[in-house]
Design a protein around this ligand. Sequence first.
Ligand SMILES: Cc1cc2nc3c(=O)[nH]c(=O)nc-3n(C[C@H](O)[C@H](O)[C@H](O)COP(=O)(O)OP(=O)(O)OC[C@H]3O[C@@H](n4cnc5c(N)ncnc54)[C@H](O)[C@@H]3O)c2cc1C
Length: 590
Amino acid sequence: MAEYVAPLKDMQFVLKHVVGLDQVNTLPGWEEVTEDLVDAILEEAGKLASGVLSPLNASGDREGARLQGDKVTMPAGFRAAYEQYVQAGWGNIMAPTEFGGQGLPHLVATPCEEMWGAANLAFKLCPMLTQGAIEALARVGSEDLQKRFLPRMVTGEWTGTMNLTEPQAGSDLSLVRTKATPQADGTYRLKGQKIFITYGEHDLTENIVHLVLARIEGAPEGVKGISLFVVPKFIPKADGTPGERNDVKCVSIEHKLGIHASPTAVMAYGEKQGAIGYIVGEPNRGLEYMFIMMNAARLSVGLEGVAISERAYQRALDWSRERLQGRPVGVQGAAKTAPIVQHPDVKRMLLTMKSLTEAMRALAYWTSAVLDRARHHPDEAERQRLQAVVDLLIPVVKGWSTETGIEVASLGIQVHGGMGFIEETGAAQHLRDARITTIYEGTTGIQANDLVGRKVGREQGRTAFALIEQMQGVVKDSDVPAESLAAALASLRDATQWIVDTYPANPAAVAAGSVYYLKLAGITFGGWMMLRSAQVATKQLAAGEGDASFLRGKLATARFYAEHILPQAMSLTAAMRGADSVLAAEEALL
Ligand SMILES: Cc1cc2nc3c(=O)[nH]c(=O)nc-3n(C[C@H](O)[C@H](O)[C@H](O)COP(=O)(O)OP(=O)(O)OC[C@H]3O[C@@H](n4cnc5c(N)ncnc54)[C@H](O)[C@@H]3O)c2cc1C
């Protein structure tokens, strides 16, 4: 079975020519992040992804993580792969330099993360959560907490987790019940149960650092009474090495549809005297802090949609070139039995997969580039403007790319025919693995609520309208055909205006159409990325620059996207306005 091959050409094209690596590596502190350096990083990441992580994807899925007592054993090969990952420094490429990280831009780490996710999604979740925990501690943890935990998390010697969910508190975190009792020495004792904790227990490292949401005794009800705690599996000794075992343990792991190698743990805090926890930042601001972690994680999960799509596409393309069935319609001189890639409908499916993957990739990378600029731009007003753009884009990348990832993985099975439904080809695993991505880190419904409420409705569409205007400028001056994008932008503009007008008096109507709006935004922003790609490809081809066959491929997918994907924008707008039929239907009729 063919292993994953990192799509380096497309990644490099997007970074250099579509999303503006040059706007990031000219920011203070990143001048040395040259194109050559980025190429070298991506090549090395590609080798690890193809040579080490990808070969463990199917075996990890078959074997799964296993629980014995309160210990989890990872599938064969995962420990060695993790060691190799950490030794090569991949765990710290984005971490701040003051804690031993390499401090590289998010934009450079993003394609690497895509590669880890495409090669082995279950493996990738562990470093992703550690990275989120590092980011939260680096930004809001006290100096003492940073000193005790960050250096070993940055090297990857210890991993991090995110503990929000409880049996009664999923999307609604105001219902969190885990209790934290203050102690005379300034620490807290935590008691409660967390469920669905990714890598809550494993045997990859000697310690695990849990970031846990809990309620301090006497705190206000709701989200304003939630605090954030660091609860290590082993309490670090004065010399920094793991010491006494804390009162937290894994009591079971879930049997799931996909990502079998990723242990999803039920964690018991404080079954005895209470788990020792250290508060992060100020009491009752836990959810706000956790959002630092969740925003980074939401972008990463959006990338998982891109990653799985790429992997599913590669597998489907390989299959379509080898599987011989039927004579293609309308192909002069075609063999009586030809590779299925020659059938128009199979070509349509492959182009759908490829063009959507490219559009999602460019949109996710662009979001990373804007994120870097929002954090490092020298001008405060520009930083604020860019942050508003990132805030708007993150739910779109998370929601649209993961929903689309499922569609693409499903098409991958369709291309395989019956063999796609049989586990042996590997196509089915991609769909099973993709299925969780629209659920964890906030379901699509939650992303869509966030988008239409906080990001559009409450600010009267200011950021959305500004983006639409920026895109309309690109369309107006385009030297390649852009009618479909112009029409999609007009739809997005209308839909945005409808939200702004409707939200104050009838937020339920907006909520009913919110997922349609999220998809509309994703498809349209993706179309913008595809137009920019087509403009660059056209210019380079005319100048005789670059790899002509790759560039012609970019034009083919851009044209397909314009003719087959962008027209969906109009129907999404119409569906979004159909809120009445949702609201009018009585619950008893469901
Ligand atoms: C494999 C796996 C790994 C996970 N990893 C972690 C982890 O590491 N840490 C962690 O803390 N959690 C983790 N989770 C939990 C995950 O984040 C939650 O499952 C998710 O947030 C949804 O919560 P829920 O399952 O309770 O669903 P519910 O909240 O019950 O949602 C059910 C349905 O109702 C909809 N819904 C709920 N509220 C609203 C609303 N206000 N508006 C519109 N629709 C709504 C949802 O969109 C969904 O369709 C993981 C879950 C799984 C399955």
